[in-house]
Design a binder for this molecule. Sequence first.
Ligand SMILES: Nc1ncnc2c1ncn2[C@@H]1O[C@H](COP(=O)(O)OP(=O)(O)O)[C@@H](O)[C@H]1O
Ligand SMILES: [Mg+2]
Length: 448
Amino acid sequence: MHLSRYFLPVLREVPKEAEIVSHQMMLRAGMIKQSAAGIYSWLPLGLKVLKKIENIVREEQNRAGAVEILMPTIQSAELWKESKRYEAYGKEMLRITDRHEREMLFGPTAEEVVTTIFRDSVRSYRDLPKNLYNIQWKFRDEVRPRFGVMRGREFLMKDAYSFDLTADGARAAYNRMFVAYLRTFARLGLKSIPMAADTGPIGGDLSHEFIILAETGESQVYCHKDLIEGAIPSADTDFDEDLSPIIKAWTSLYAATDEKHEAERFAKDVPADKQVSARGIEVGHIFFFGTKYSEPMGARVQGPDGQMVTLQMGSYGIGVSRLAGAIIEASHDKDGIVWPVPVAPFEVGLINLKAGDKDTDAAAEGLYDKLQAAGIDVLYDDTDERAGAKFATADLIGLPYQLVVGPKGVKAGEIEIKTRKGGAKETLPIEAGLAKVIEAVKQQRVLV
Ligand SMILES: Nc1ncnc2c1ncn2[C@@H]1O[C@H](COP(=O)(O)OP(=O)(O)O)[C@@H](O)[C@H]1O
Ligand SMILES: [Mg+2]
């Protein structure tokens, strides 16, 4: 992409309305634009990041055996009356009336919709187990939307729903999502910690929140320090196998959110030098809730003995849009964002220090073509901005590698490579520099 043709409205000043660093940087880097309280447009740079996050989430859901669907954003209130949640959900639900005076709502979650889909199409235990997921916008009329996309009113969520014949089967489904979540967040460059959590309005009795430690997090959390560097299940984990040893390893050390915290047990079970009491960002949340929705909504299948069995269900959320902010909270410096390669909007920034100079333009265009041919996602700064402004923008938007091409270098047959993380700079012969950057990007595309 040529920057001169792109839409990248960067801000030099720190916007006053933004309290936390990720919100400030997303606005400054021209990733998002607020449209109303807690409601944002995603501008090109932000959208690229959002799509990359979404794709990693999708790949790991698919790997774990979940099947993608797409459910509507607008739902009928009838469904929520069936599950007896319509009144209980309260003011967070945006209620809408259509032209026929029918009560509708903008979905804050989709247990009811998916349970109906399943109930109306699956008859036999032979069709189980199944896990259906979608990545769709949700609306929750939060009292205090804040921190940009971290606590929005409209936000993108991956929500998966598992259906099983038995509670043991549902537990295995839960374990598959648990492992998928560990892998997903690690691939996004994050250290997530699964913590025992409250089930809230979704209901049920087994639940974990996946938390990223960050000072600006909204949750108070407590855990054993070793969990921060816990082992991530590999890409060839067999999801048909019993995954409980992995779950056991992760859950045998203490980790709980505020609501589930037991101060005495924490003090007793965790050595003093391993006690972490910190703030955290909830990036995912998984629940097993048994027959909470299947029972009132009549989602049953015929079991092996011919008897009708009420389905055992779980639901599994990931805050896809929140993750864009969470990754920045975890990875930035004073100059801007430091994107991990797998979610970087562009993997390489190519900076032309003297646009309009024939030789420099030719060298930069040549590099651009070669990077493109190598399958690298590159943003070419071909504008006539000053060098200082170009460097500042490249740092602010956090591109992992910057290739700098100037008239002097071109004469000497050299380019400068800057690694955004750590800021190391190196001058190399053009071809060698190019090869090095391509290699580095390819190596870091897959983190686990
Ligand atoms: N208002 C919000 N803005 C952005 N992301 C959200 C918001 N509410 C929830 N999420 C994300 O969606 C995931 C699933 O939501 P859920 O656990 O049902 O919501 P909550 O924890 O708010 O009750 C959360 O782990 C979080 O990452
Ligand atoms: Mg939650």
